[in-house]
Design a protein around this ligand. Sequence first.
Ligand code: ADP
Ligand code: MG
Length: 583
Amino acid sequence: MSKHTHAFQAEVARLLHLVTHSLYSNPDIFLRELISNASDACDKLRFEALADASLYEDAPNLEIRVTFDKAAKTLTITDNGIGMSEAEAIEHLGTIAKSGTRDFLQRLSGDQQKDAQLIGQFGVGFYSGFIVADRITVESRRAGLPPEQGVRWSSDGTGAFETETITRAARGTSVILHLRDDKTEYLNRWKLKSIIGKYSDHISLPILMPKEQWDKDKGEYVLLEEWEQVNAASAVWTRPKKDITDEQYIEFYKNLAHDDEAPLAWAHHRVEGSTEYTQLLYIPAKAPYDLWNRDKKAGVKLYVKRVFIMDDAESLMPLYLRWVKGVVDSADLPLNVSRELLQESRDVKAIRDGNTRRVLSMLEELAARDRLPEGEAWEQLSDEEKARAQADAGKYTRFWAEFGAVLKEGLGEDFANRERIAKLLRFASTVSDAPTVSLADYKARMKPGQKAIYYRTAKTLAAAKHSPQLEVFRRKGIEVLLMTDRVDEWALSFLHEFDGTPLQSVAKGAVDLGELQDEAEKKAAEEAAEAFKPVLERLRATLKDRAKDVRVTSRLVESPACLVVDDGEYSLQLARLLKAAGQ
Ligand code: ADP
Ligand code: MG
């Protein structure tokens, strides 16, 4: 059989260099990555076999086996999943198909720990084997292909890899790690078993390891031919809540989201009614690097009766909640559900609405617990409740800093929930530099006679704070919300009022301070308008192509002039933005 040498795609070579040279803070995760690939491969087989049951050949029980050979210093992970053809091995193990890779490489900071976390986010799983191995050999045969069309792939993780055709009776894949001399600690059953228990317990397939027995003559443990299951093998979301510990929920999340950090919150429910499904949804603590990519895969995986269907089921969550991670397992959808069907199905729509409402409830709860109760309310809590309150305090503020700007998109996207979203908004203001002011907080501080919630949008907080339009508000002690996110203009254009009070941009139209303006001020303004008439005429004439109108205003205190736009028009900021976008 002839061997072929192939060069890694340049990105892979760079990635490998990084994986092997930046010491992972936690090398154990290579096993999690390889087991998760094995499990994915079994999911894929199960999915393809829905259309063609013969792919199961004579081995319908999907499983993952982990074993090692002390003498050869190898550790092997075998699955009987979909397997790879030679072309697939070259493609999947030699290139990175994922579009975000270049982006990833650009974001490398040189800080090993941060970069290692990024690796996790990107799920460059397979290559993590090179943390512990100086050579990886993969032997595989794709389901449905004859035994003679197996493939052996091998590489030392530098610039190139080799492939050759082999004969392999068993369907599926074996990943053989030739361990580095300083990583032989993984040739230990107890150690492997505890890593699997920690990271891979939720895998819904059996993970098997050979049993072990003390050999008197050799003076060491030897592996037997007999295999034993070492994981619980029941998908977390299918188990009753009371049987699942927080640690298990968190571990499941870390696997699902490729995130090192624990989530801020999660919700696990069996929803019954006309559409039955289980939802397990998580709110991450940190935004992913590609939060702003609206085309990226949504974070909710779809299962039907525990069979994995697809992991970019964007129809299960609206775009503005695309950062939510989780699993939906439906009992009602057909197993062969297609993407098109997903988009049209009533059940899917019901699930999506249910998911949306659930996430908003989680956020409302976090928001309610963001500040610690004070005084008597605090005293009344039990010690346990106090501890929980302390653990939850500040979480919503963290959430808002990471995801607030995306949540605002919901004002324009999800009319049905606009009021709930409005309550979750937080802003900086002339009272608070930190974005912690809710519209309700603002309303509670409104001056008697104040008729509107005033806001100012600008590129930066400093620009917003020092804009001349704010002068009169400052003088009268009226709070103004300060908005600096790019989406604010657009999002706020969908929110005309909050709880009966209109929202009014201070940079638009003639600000009517209504009863807040006393008679004397009104009179002075009218007199000034009269007195300045000739000046205004001349300004209008001079600026005729550049300004629609020139008016006398009472909104300024120190500055001589300011620019405003008409009520119904786009603000200057948005006008600039649209112009930049060629509209
Ligand atoms: P990801 O799992 O996120 O796609 P990996 O680097 O972990 O990325 O794996 C790369 C690809 O290699 C997988 O998408 C899959 O196509 C293929 N692959 C890896 N391990 C296996 C396996 N055990 N069986 C079949 N294909 C595999
Ligand atoms: Mg993987």
